[in-house]
Design a protein around this ligand. Structure first.
Ligand code: PLP
Length: 375
């Protein structure tokens, strides 16, 4: 179907953050499958974990447990720092947010607050919480009683979130909107208003989670604890895996029969996730990612024609003074670097977390050349 337009590159192989197309040309992959390939392509630990798992146990239904799923749920408890955390595994970010929406209904309330320009996925429930009318309009009517507040506006929270609100859902950094970082204190203000009103707070870490911003989860930098965390993208180390993690009362809302997924949390995907977490931990990747983010922001901001570089870790938006982002994306591709342009003014990079300081320096030097040519 035509829903992705017609991709003009066919990628056939990759290693680390390099990919090769069908013609044999090699590219520096600075998009990482949009923030998904945390360890890059064909990482030996992921390959070994998946191969071993496939040779032992392929699929069990959710009538049965399997060790990889149990171990991953325990790992997530440790990473979020809460023993009450319980996880529902699925396959994607949209599904993780669907599960959060269903959880919110079990509070007995039906209203949801989301934010303008947010992106939570394309299935009907996740789309209903997505604050971009161009994506929503063709599919209306969507789920009712979902209100959108301006992202980053603390004043709007008081009137917008009430005792009738079941759940507030927010991205700690809006990825698809162009890597928009809210003002300091915004997530804390949402947390406080949710506490005052009894609304659940879901933090959508589908794009920001798994070390992408230099901490396991971006909410950790804001000094808050959500009730629900949704994950996907990087969680499976490049394999399809999503998770909805509930804490405190949100951990116990689903009962037997409330929800399900045939493939969710398969032995193979969870084995890959365990391997990814092990490598990120063992190799001190979070510290490096945080440092690379600072480097990209400080050096990238000096490039002519760049208005602002924002984000954290290896989720970076480069806003241009012009609306030539698609042109610059194309020029970078001609020089064998893959990025994307989520809107006309912004380039987004989200490379594998194993990206080196040399790769970052190379990217910045090529971007500098391309931008100078464009001036
Ligand atoms: N939530 C956020 C913040 C995302 O960035 C995305 C995808 O870009 C999604 C949800 C949807 O994830 P998926 O494409 O896996 O359904």
């Amino acid at each position: 179907m035509a829903n992705y337009g017609t991709p003009h590159l066919t990628l056939v192989s990759g290693r680390g953050n390099k990919v090769r197309d069908a013609k044999g040309d090699e590219y520096l992959d600075f998009l990482g499958g949009i923030a998904t390939n945390v360890l890059g392509h064909a990482h030996p630990r992921i390959v070994a974990a998946v191969t071993k798992q496939l040779s032992e146990l392929t699929h069990v239904s959710n009538f049965y447990a399997h060790p990889q799923g149990l171990m991953l749920a325990e790992q997530l408890q440790i990473l979020v720092g809460d023993n009450s955390a319980r996880t529902f595994f699925c396959n994607s970010g949209a599904e993780a947010n669907e599960a959060a929406l269903k959880l919110s209904r079990l509070t007995g309330r039906t209203r949801v607050v989301a934010f303008e320009n947010s992106f939570h996925g394309r299935t009907m429930g996740a789309l209903s919480m997505t604050g971009q009318s161009s994506k929503r309009k063709p599919f209306e009517p969507l789920i009712p009683r979902i209100k959108f507040l301006p992202f980053g506006n603390v004043q709007a929270l008081r009137r917008g979130i009430t005792k009738k609100t079941a759940m507030v859902i927010v991205e700690p950094i809006q990825g698809e909107a162009g890597v928009i970082v809210p003002p300091k204190g915004f997530l804390k203000a949402i947390r406080e208003r949710c506490d005052e009103t009894g609304a659940l707070l879901t933090v959508d870490e589908v794009q920001t989670g798994m070390g992408r911003t230099g901490s396991w989860f971006a909410f950790q930098g804001a000094g808050i604890k959500p009730d629900i965390i949704t994950l996907a993208k990087g969680l499976g180390g490049g394999l399809p895996l999503g998770a909805t993690i509930g804490m405190g009362r949100a951990a116990t809302l689903f009962q037997a029969g409330s929800h399900g997924s045939t493939f969710g949390g398969s032995p193979t995907s969870t084995a890959a996730a365990l391997a990814a977490i092990e490598v990120i931990t063992r190799e001190g990747i979070l510290e490096r990612v945080a440092a690379l983010g600072k480097e990209l922001i400080s050096k990238g901001s000096l490039i002519p024609g760049v208005k602002e570089v924002r984000g954290a870790g290896l989720l970076i938006g480069i806003e241009l003074e012009s609306s030539d982002a698609k042109v610059i994306q194309k020029k970078l591709e001609e020089r064998k670097i893959l990025v994307n342009a989520p809107n006309q003014n912004t380039l987004r990079i989200a490379p594998a977390l194993v990206t080196s300081a040399d790769d970052v320096a190379f990217f910045l030097s090529v971007l500098d050349k391309v931008m100078r040519e464009q001036q």
